[in-house]
Design a protein around this ligand. Structure first.
Ligand code: HEC
Ligand code: HEC
Ligand code: HEC
Length: 459
């Protein structure tokens, strides 16, 4: 009798083990890495928590179970909506480097899906084998997405394991347009009373910003949001904190007519002023035979901005093999920057600028700030009117961040150290130690690059 019982228990254990393993099966090696990771994430049911309006199992309706489930979903969706990411993967469309870094991070840490989830949802656990596939995929994404033109394959391989990149390539430009763009960038005639140029708020010798909380436009009028830098803006996937401009040219059409910035009433008004300048008009016609227009003016400014990339920072030199380019403290800071997942949102070549993220994923920044919530605080919501986008901002790039105080869209934080501590608290729920904060600050100083020659003509 005992033997039969023991035998059945063993048989059942073997059976359960077999079922568990079957459910945890690996995707076929014949598939591309992208397809394999798509399958792994599907089997792991990431979307059950990381998507808007997920399809939930029946027991999610049971009163006592309901609360913890919805708590999970609410916390998860603040961090990441994986639906568009997985849709892109299914269609073979490259995903943002931030999404790659985030998925890689959870594969390294092994913290997703949460244990309480995979114990109930058999087959959803990310086994070590699956995590290894995700890590290989992340490398491949970086190689294909940014490193493909790199001749030195050993360097490319090394860099493919990093969440942030050095600036490796110049962006091809038309130098005649760049020269025109430089002039227009400094031309105060783009403003109503000929007092304000792009350079007034984005000084090329002051990190591409004005170092004010809010910028001053014509007649000293104040805007309601901090000016981001023009340096390396070309790497951003969209422009403005709320992403309302798709390109630098579209962005450049904004300030001239913005009543609190340059306050011109129309491009016709600007053009009639520029037409009085015989030398400029002749030069313009040479480059743009159809003469002045909003499209041509903003195209020239955009071409100039493509050259505003700051190469050869200590970080860039370090990543390219010069081990003495960063101090020991800066190297420790870089490791902390990666360890604490700063490099998930602040990712890629510009240390950000490729996704919208919530300000306050782990605790509410706006409640803690205590001042009234302004229209600008709504962020991406202003454009989409979707509740999910409330307080989401295009992640600012961190290159030259040591030069661009004050910080955040509301310009309320004056020291870089405090900005780092705030990020720890509001985005990650960690209290960084004094030493870690100092190290990360030292590291961020290593992101200050060289001013390109095109920006130096005169200021
Ligand atoms: C049961 C719900 C649930 C499932 C399923 C789930 N997550 Fe999460 N996820 C969360 C919660 C809750 C958080 C918030 C942070 C925390 O509590 O650790 C989170 C945070 C994250 C984060 C950001 C923070 C971090 O730790 O890096 C990423 C990225 C993430 N999840 C990816 C995934 C992926 C990929 C899957 C599928 C393999 C997955 N999650 C499955 C609930 C879930
Ligand atoms: C009065 C000050 C002021 C002037 C003049 C001004 N800007 Fe800005 N600029 C800002 C502010 C403030 C923002 C942020 C606005 C927002 O995100 O809603 C900004 C945003 C930008 C961005 C987006 C950067 C990013 O990371 O999103 C670029 C690029 C830029 N300006 C270039 C220009 C150019 C080119 C001109 C001249 C045509 C110009 N600016 C004129 C204050 C100014
Ligand atoms: C969940 C995504 C996310 C993570 C993780 C994150 N950040 Fe940020 N970071 C943001 C967003 C979004 C902003 C803009 C917030 C705002 O303006 O209100 C920002 C702003 C900043 C700024 C200010 C930049 C400026 O020009 O104003 C610094 C500095 C910064 N982060 C550093 C860090 C550091 C250091 C870490 C790690 C300790 C970190 N961030 C982690 C999303 C993130």
């Amino acid at each position: 009798m005992k033997k039969i019982l023991l035998g059945s228990v063993i048989l059942l254990a073997i059976l359960l083990f077999a079922v568990y393993n079957m459910l945890n099966r690996m995707p076929s090696k014949e598939l591309s890495l992208n397809e394999q990771v798509y399958e792994i994430l599907s089997d792991a049911e990431c979307l059950m928590c990381h998507s808007y309006n997920p399809e939930l199992p029946f027991y999610a309706k049971i009163p006592l179970v309901r609360r913890p489930i919805y708590k999970d979903i609410n916390a998860a969706i603040k961090e990441e909506n994986l639906k568009p990411v997985m849709d892109s993967m299914a269609n073979g469309v490259p995903v943002s480097i931030t999404a790659v870094n985030k998925i890689e991070q959870i594969a390294i840490k092994g913290n997703m899906p949460p244990t309480r989830f995979y114990l109930l949802h058999w087959g959803s656990q990310l086994t070590q084998e699956k995590r290894d596939v995700i890590i290989s995929w992340a490398k491949q994404q970086r190689l294909e997405g940014y490193l493909s033109q790199l001749q030195d394959s050993a360097l490319a391989n090394k860099l493919s394991a990093e969440p942030v990149f050095p600036i490796l390539y110049d962006i091809p430009v038309d130098s005649a347009k760049v020269e025109l763009g430089y002039k227009l960038y400094h031309d105060t005639r783009l403003s109503l009373d000929n007092t304000v140029s792009c350079a007034s708020c984005h000084g090329l010798n002051t990190g591409g910003v004005d170092n004010k909380q809010y910028s001053e436009g014509v007649d000293g009028k104040l805007g309601g949001v901090n000016a981001p830098t023009v340096y390396n803006a070309v790497y951003n996937f969209v422009q403005f904190w709320d992403g309302r401009a798709a390109t630098l040219a579209a962005q450049a059409a904004g300030p001239p007519l913005n009543p609190v910035e340059m306050a011109s009433t129309s491009f016709e008004e600007i053009i009639s002023k520029l037409e009085n300048d015989k030398a400029l008009t002749a030069e313009f016609k040479k480059v743009y035979p159809d003469g002045y227009s909003e499209a041509n003016i903003t195209d020239a400014i955009q071409e100039f901005e493509k050259t505003l990339i700051t190469k050869n920072s200590p970080f860039d030199r370090y990543m390219m093999g010069d081990e003495s380019a960063m101090t020991e403290q800066q190297i420790a800071g870089y490791n902390d920057f990666k360890k604490y997942s700063c490099a998930t949102c602040h990712s890629g070549v510009n240390f950000g600028g490729n996704t919208y993220e919530l300000m306050g994923t782990r605790s509410n920044y706006f409640t803690a700030r205590g001042t009234e919530v302004t229209t600008e605080d709504l962020g991406r919501y202003k454009e989409t009117k979707s509740e999910y986008d409330r307080h989401k901002f295009k992640v600012p790039g961190l290159r030259n961040v040591a030069l661009t105080a004050p910080y955040f869209h509301d310009g309320t934080i004056t020291s870089l150290k405090n900005a780092i501590m705030y990020m720890g608290e509001y985005q990650l729920n960690v209290n960084l130690s004094q030493e870690e904060t100092d190290n990360i600050e030292a590291f961020l100083h290593a992101l200050t690059g060289e001013i390109p020659t095109t920006a130096k003509v005169s200021e």
